[in-house]
Design a protein around this ligand. Structure first.
Ligand code: SF4
Length: 272
């Protein structure tokens, strides 16, 4: 007779969810001015590595790795409920990773108990790279697009906002100009009439050669999001911030803290 198990192998002690970075491949090619000071190129240059060669990493199978022994033997190393941020040293939709992506989708499919978040500057490649059973999108996967300035928004958003994605998230990082998303909020609507863009995240540029971000641009985008019911997150100030016409240099250690102090977080809601 089958034994009734009242307790899990780990003694009923569930592990709390984690925030995980999953860099499954490394290396990229620059596509626009947002890539100019890419930190991945900067770090590779320090060790003489060629950033333009896209290669699979040791972490490739991270989401499906299990503990071999100990109290959690047989369980996934990444706990259920975790947030997995993908591809911070490449682009998930880079053409040189086409050969590995089907396996990556299989691993993502195997972990519906986690949320996966990926950011791309190549929305024109997304549709052809989606898995065959994507349908209207997998609820645990968010594919976000980066638009660092108005030109990038105008080039990428018409493609991105027409894709079969369950939610649209726009990353404005590094923010390099004022960005007017109003036409996109107006034009791209879901069947309920709400703007398709559900989330906007903003940050300035970091690093020794950072280009300045004007706080007025951030405030203007925040107002656009509040008007349209899209969540807004001011992630970090960047190294050079212009406020009230004066440029400030912000040390790396304070860039997130200063952004939080602006109190611009908005969780989204109904359009005003
Ligand atoms: S797309 Fe991202 S990873 Fe690739 S070069 Fe540009 S900033 Fe770097």
């Amino acid at each position: 007779m089958e034994q009734l198990s009242l307790f899990s192998q780990s003694g009923g002690c569930a592990r709390p969810p984690e925030t995980v970075t999953w860099n499954l491949w490394h290396g990229c090619t620059k596509v626009s001015s947002g890539c100019l000071h890419c930190y991945m190129f900067r770090r590779d240059a320090e060790i003489g590595a060629d950033s333009t060669v896209v290669r699979k990493t040791q972490a490739f199978n991270l989401p499906v790795r299990v503990f071999r022994s100990g109290p959690y033997a047989g369980e996934y190393r990444i706990p259920a409920g975790s947030m997995v941020y993908t591809c911070f040293s490449s682009d998930f939709f880079h053409k040189d990773a086409d050969i590995w992506r089907p396996e990556a989708w299989e691993m993502i499919r195997a972990r519906p108990d986690c949320s996966f978040f990926m950011i791309t500057k190549r929305p024109e490649r997304i549709e052809a790279c989606l898995p065959p059973d994507w349908n209207g999108g997998w609820p645990h996967v968010t594919v976000a697009v980066t638009c660092e300035n108005q030109a990038a928004a105008e080039q990428r958003l018409p493609v991105y906002l027409s894709l079969p994605l369950p939610r649209a998230a726009v990353m404005v990082e590094p923010m390099l100009s004022r960005i007017d998303l109003r036409p996109f909020f107006r034009e791209y609507r879901d069947p309920a009439g709400r703007p398709v863009i559900r989330q906007v995240s903003v940050g300035g540029e970091s690093g020794p050669e950072a280009r300045p971000c004007d706080f007025d641009w951030v405030l203007d985008l925040h107002a656009q999001c509040v008007e349209n019911g899209a969540a807004f997150h001011y992630h970090q100030t960047g190294a050079k911030l212009i406020k009230d016409g004066k440029e400030y240099t912000i040390p790396r250690s304070l860039q997130h803290k200063q952004a939080r102090r602006a109190h611009l977080e908005f969780g989204g809601g109904d359009p005003a």
